[in-house]
Design a protein around this ligand. Structure first.
Ligand code: GLU
Length: 305
């Protein structure tokens, strides 16, 4: 077996020159002061063994990483969702772009760009009795951690400054692809993005995707094996903004990133690996995080290819 402690130490040393570099997601005022020198990384094997390095106790808002979790709740219930209300192809445009959405009559290219995540949140809003409460309970169950919370300050800050998301959802409402009231769906979406975790929580929460749909923490089936395959496939092809080709090339794992600087990656049948560092590259992925994952699959020799 790999010596993951040794591998993480090596990676931590190698990424040092990248710390303090990149841009933080200052379009969300509450994230503008994030410290680009911070870095944490964790690995969780399916048997529960954990390894970690860096600022491992620090929590951060998971932002777009949450889009995988909202999609999970939706496609568990509505298997036609990705053929009717949303596509599953890479977009080739920035995550918050409006251009493609107009051309494609309000059907987002995939569930991981903002337009797609907003339709997903709309479907979740339809499906759940109390969307914010039920979604948080779902994530707590996955993670095995009852303490996980929304960060109200971040959710509020995004709602106030989220003019692009408001434009996207209004455009989709005009195309009849939003069922519920816009403010309610936006509130649900901003809250899901604001959930705070540390890297170990992230590894726990996503372990069901490494374990073919069954949560290894409590042995509960979350989704079928086939749905787990599909979600991993969409992460590989759409999970890291319009850098997916580069990320597949360099890392070779299903992964989902967020503008808070967090990234989760899945090695099916083996482990989850997460990384966090708030300095972002020009595509919106954590600069040190992507490098760390590239080194991880190189040193541990465990990409899916
Ligand atoms: N809450 C962020 C937004 O809507 C999520 C973006 C991201 O992490 O990609 O802009």
């Amino acid at each position: 077996m790999n010596d993951y402690n040794y591998i993480l130490k090596q990676i931590y040393q190698d990424i040092q020159p990248l710390l303090g570099k990149g841009r933080v997601a200052d379009y969300i005022p509450a994230l503008a002061n994030a410290d680009r020198n911070k870095f944490a990384m964790a690995v969780r094997l399916l048997d529960g063994t954990q390894f970690s390095i860096g600022n491992i106790d620090e929590t951060f808002s998971i932002q777009s990483v949450s889009k995988v979790l909202s999609l999970t709740t939706v496609i568990a219930e509505n298997d036609e969702f990705l053929s009717t209300r949303c596509g599953k192809e890479p977009s080739g445009t920035p995550f918050n772009s409006l251009v493609q959405l107009e051309y494609e009559s309000g059907i987002p290219r995939n569930p991981f760009i903002n337009a797609g995540a907003l339709v997903t949140s709309d479907q979740m809003y339809t499906n759940l009795n109390n969307p914010k409460k039920d979604f948080l309970r779902f994530v707590r169950d996955l993670s095995g951690n009852r303490e996980l919370e929304y960060n109200e300050k971040i959710a509020r800050s995004e709602f106030k400054a989220g003019f692009r998301n408001a434009a996207l959802i209004n455009l989709m409402k005009d195309f009849n692809n939003i069922e519920n009231c816009i403010d309610g769906v936006l509130d649900t979406y901003y809250h899901q993005c604001s959930i705070e975790m540390n890297c170990a929580n992230l590894c726990d929460t996503f372990s069901f995707l490494a374990n073919y749909g069954v949560n290894p923490i409590n042995n509960k089936k979350v989704i079928s094996r086939s749905v787990a395959k599909r979600i991993n496939a969409i992460m590989l092809t759409c999970g890291t903004y319009d850098a997916v080709g580069d990320v597949a090339y360099r890392i070779g794992l299903p992964a989902k990133s967020g503008v808070g600087g967090g990234i989760i990656a899945i090695v099916p049948g083996l482990l989850t690996v997460s990384v966090w560092s708030p300095g972002l590259d020009e595509k919106g992925n954590s600069l040190a995080g992507i490098k760390a994952l590239e080194l991880f699959t190189t040193y541990a020799d465990n990409s899916i290819f």
